[in-house]
Design a protein around this ligand. Structure first.
Ligand SMILES: O=C(O)[C@H](O)COP(=O)(O)O
Length: 314
């Protein structure tokens, strides 16, 4: 586990703009160069993909450094500490280059597409009113978005930055022999139902990969051991992770059964909000708005389940 003020996801860059001492466009250009350099020569990014990433530098506008709102908005923090409440924001990374191509990705380290970066920036705007104290990301670049470039060399500035903890336990589930295959072609070859079982069932692993259950063993244990204590101490936490590591965490938070979790789909780049109060997690829908359209891309069955859950907390 590595802690530090680097690797902040773009979603957090956009959410706090009160410290603005740097030439952000320049920094972002450097980031894109770094990311591109990491992937050029690897066997899963084509030259076209690299060109797409490079072109983002000229198309994407300003991103901000992450500063810790809890240190600059003392009254907000005092209030939520007194009420013994904390916010938990979950976000699945924005669309990746392999999501765009409909390829099984799993633990292959693929960066965001241009659309994914736009989604992350948009998500950051939507959660801008929530003072985040601590960010957890997976160890994969699509959740972190930046790698190495944003280390801070000033103690004062570092004190004002949101700590970021990268943890492999939050990585996407290992998709085994499906990694790199096209999802549609795989369904055509092995049958829709088989592929659906591999992708959505709780305990059927894809060939030589992790089932959701196996993914939950590491992701939920990490959540309970490392993240819950932070919430208990009144810290507002954001987790930037993946479709299946977050499905397993949501299954735990919402007490979904292994049947109910089958219908749980998460959209890319949509923040979900939970309030942690008196040892319980209450889903508050998306910070986007009261309709919660973005919380779950849920099916009718899950909508009913959600209705029951909401009624319980009215
Ligand atoms: O790893 C992947 O391919 C995706 O991030 C998640 O895939 P899924 O929708 O098949 O779970």
């Amino acid at each position: 586990m590595a802690a530090g003020v680097y690797n902040q996801p773009i979603v957090a860059f956009q959410s706090h703009s009160h410290i603005n001492n740097f030439n952000h466009q320049q920094k972002f250009n450097n980031l894109v160069r770094l990311v591109t350099k990491d992937f050029i020569g690897s066997n899963f990014l084509s030259r076209r993909d690299c060109r797409v990433i490079q072109s983002l530098a000229s198309q994407t506008s300003v991103v901000d450094t992450v500063s810790s709102p809890s240190k600059s908005k003392t009254s907000d923090r005092d209030t939520h500490k007194k009420s013994n409440e904390a916010s938990l924001i979950l976000i699945r990374h924005g669309e990746s280059l392999w999501n765009e191509k409909n390829l099984f990705t799993g633990c292959v380290d693929v960066p965001l597409s241009k659309r994914g970066i736009d989604e992350a920036i948009e998500a950051g705007k939507r959660i801008s009113s929530i003072p985040v104290d601590l960010i957890f990301t997976s160890a994969l670049i699509r959740a972190q978005m930046t790698r190495g470039w944003s280390q801070v060399f000033s103690e004062d500035t570092e004190k004002q930055s949101i700590p970021v903890i990268a943890a492999w336990q939050l990585n996407e589930r290992m998709y085994g022999e499906l990694q790199g295959l096209n999802k549609q072609e795989t369904a055509d070859r092995y049958g829709k139902e088989q592929v659906h079982d591999w992708r959505r069932s709780y305990d059927i692993p894809p060939p030589n990969g992790e089932s959701l259950e196996m993914c939950a063993e590491r992701a939920v244990s990490y959540f309970r051991d490392q993240i819950e204590p932070q919430l208990l101490s009144g810290k507002n936490v954001m987790i930037s992770a993946h479709g299946n590591s977050l499905r397993s965490i949501i299954m735990y938070l919402d007490k979904l059964t292994s049947q109910e979790v089958i219908s749980l789909e998460l959209s890319t780049g949509i923040p979900m909000l939970y309030i942690f109060k008196e040892g319980r997690f209450v889903r508050r829908g998306s910070p986007i708005g009261p309709t919660e359209a973005g919380v779950y891309a849920y099916t009718r069955r899950l909508a009913l389940y959600r209705q029951r859950l909401d009624d319980m907390f009215q």
